[in-house]
Design a protein. Structure first.
Length: 577
């Protein structure tokens, strides 16, 4: 009978915030378990975890389990100052399970003693006391790194973990929180965050925002990189200049660490579509939607949940939320929409070419779609959705209509302002789009916008990370095929193989292109993404349109385009050295 091996435990992690399996902090991991043996193995694993939890004195700790095809997740709750020890306990629980399944004796007492020592080495009573006092004063507490903070933004105080004050020494009356909005979804997160930040800036606020590209406070970038998890949120929310925060909250951070902030004034979900499936036990869109919808648990009393009314997965889950919902969308039934508006419901939509916001029975125009540059006159429908979502989030954060109009009208979607998200540039007689789209939903969203731009020929760069399934990769290629490209440059991503063999993803993409009818002369393959950009520029001639769907090499791509522009290069000329 096939059982399990010691290497089958993956994604062992601390959960520093509420996770979609439980609202408590703790630790979790996934295990590979053959489905034919799963029922008893899960019970043995649960019992092993319970035995260790009770053995270290954590008798009140909870256990949550979730089965999925080929495996299961086990999660335990634990004291906030002992999460590293909690991960060791989850690891040990699987080792105990493995030994039991192999019929070998297990010295649980020795394991428990080792865990007790880890707990003793980690606990910090002063940190727990500060967290408890912050809660009692209605303040947000952020920890789990080398610092802790009490309050948020302008109202915060930050302390090094090695030099914590006694709670009685803290001037609690000087501390306060600032308004916080969180954004998640499959596509459009970063753009929606940046649009809302632009509205906040237009309202005179110093906005702190964390995204998948940087953390920015006002006009200053504090650090660059993927900061769509708790580290980015902490960096933005601890800055003493911030009086409004917009936090991008990606799937990876949610699954790896949980909610980045325990509470928020408003949370927005853009959409849910297949992406990153197969990690952390999230095997299908239903589970992905459940994981993302956990943001609704973070909304403060009186806060707002903002949902895309045209996304079926979000609509299904709306009934789970007991608070107030603001909707945005483009496909409302007008009769029902009018009833919602007359009842005082909040909603953003497009009417007679205007993006409008309805609240308290009144419909107010915000901005004409034609005056929102990233919408391309309405052809870039995905950016209309992003703008409508930003209007709703700005409303929930009590920003005025005139700031919404000013912020959106001034947002030009340049590479500096919104890097890699629908950046349209002209170089050497070419029209180019630089975009991060990497899943079928995101690529499909670009199709109408790309086809609306006149072009002699169209080229698309296609690349994919190795953690996507063959099906998802083929679905992305099918979405690219709707662009009606004359040339597809298939780029290998050697830094994103994620368990694949070099060349494997290229083969999948090329085979799918040929299946769709592409000829050998209409496909170029390259060994890196940057090489794909170079080959695309060498292929191009004046009047062509190039969709540069780049993942990792966006900075190098922009540097190349800037160099070509400054050199006066024209399509068809040799590239400068």
């Amino acid at each position: 009978m096939k059982t399990v091996t010691e290497t089958d435990l993956i994604n062992l992690r601390r959960l520093t915030g509420a996770n979609f399996l439980m609202t408590d902090v703790g630790a979790a991991a996934e295990a590979t378990i053959p489905d034919e043996n799963k029922a008893l193995v899960l019970s043995i694993w649960r019992n092993s975890a319970r035995e260790l939890l009770d053995g270290v004195g954590w008798t009140q700790s909870k256990i949550a389990m979730r089965a999925f095809d080929g495996g299961a997740t086990l999660q335990v709750s634990a004291p906030t100052d002992a999460l590293h020890a909690a991960t060791a306990l989850v690891d040990a629980s699987w080792c105990v399970t493995h030994e039991k399944l192999g019929g070998r004796p297990v010295d649980v007492a020795a394991i428990t003693n080792g865990l007790r020592q880890k707990i003793a080495d980690e606990v910090s009573p002063k940190e727990v006391a500060l967290a408890d006092h912050a809660s009692a004063h209605g303040l947000t507490y952020l920890g789990h790194d080398d610092k802790i903070s009490l309050g948020l933004g302008k109202g915060s105080k930050v302390y090094d973990i090695a030099d914590l004050p006694d709670p009685d020494a803290v001037d609690w009356d000087s501390l306060h929180d600032v308004p916080v909005g969180m954004v998640t979804g499959t596509n459009g997160k970063s753009t929606t965050v940046r649009l809302t930040a632009a509205i906040g800036a237009a309202a005179g606020k110093c906005v702190g925002m964390s995204t998948s590209d940087w953390v920015r406070v006002g006009g200053e970038i504090l650090d660059e990189g993927d900061y769509s998890g708790p580290a980015g949120a902490r960096l933005a929310l601890r800055d003493p200049r911030v009086d409004l925060a917009i936090i991008e909250t990606a799937r990876g951070g949610l699954m790896r660490r949980g909610l980045p902030v325990p509470t928020a004034d408003a949370c927005l979900l853009t959409n849910v579509a297949a992406d990153h499936l197969g990690t952390y036990g999230i095997m299908d869109v239903t589970a992905l939607a459940d994981a993302k919808f956990q943001l609704s648990d973070a909304i403060r009393p009186g806060g707002l949940l903002i949902l895309n009314a045209d996304d079926p997965e979000l609509v299904k889950r709306a009934a789970q939320f007991s608070g107030d919902i603001t909707w945005f969308g483009l496909e409302f039934d007008r009769a029902i929409l009018d009833i919602w508006i007359m009842g005082g419901g909040r909603v953003a939509f497009v009417e007679d070419g205007q993006m409008v916001l309805a609240r308290n029975g009144i419909v107010e125009p915000v901005l004409a779609v034609a005056d929102f540059v990233p919408a391309l006159g309405g052809a870039a429908k995905f950016n209309v959705y992003n703008a409508l979502g930003a209007i709703c989030l700005a409303d929930a954060l009590e920003l005025p209509i005139n700031a919404m109009a000013k912020g959106l009208a001034g947002f030009t979607d340049t590479p500096d302002e919104n890097p890699g998200r629908g950046n349209y540039v002209k170089v050497g007689g070419l029209n180019l789009l630089i975009d991060f789209a990497h899943n079928p939903h995101g690529v499909h969203a670009l199709s109408s916008a790309i086809k609306s731009i006149p072009a002699k020929r169209r080229l698309v760069i296609a690349g994919q990370a190795g953690d996507r399934s063959d099906k998802d990769t083929c679905d992305m290629i099918q979405a690219i095929w709707t662009f009606e490209p004359d040339m597809v440059v298939v780029a290998e991503l050697p830094d994103l193989l994620r368990g694949r063999q070099l060349g494997e993803m290229t083969t999948v993409m090329v085979d799918e292109l040929k299946r769709l009818g592409s000829g050998h002369d209409n496909i170029i393959t390259t060994d890196t993404e940057y090489s794909a950009v170079v080959r695309a520029m060498e292929w191009a001639r004046p009047g062509d349109f190039l969709a540069l769907l780049v993942h990792d090499d966006r900075i190098e791509t922009m540097q190349l385009l800037d160099k070509l522009s400054k050199a006066g290069w024209q399509a068809g000329d040799p590239l400068p050295a």
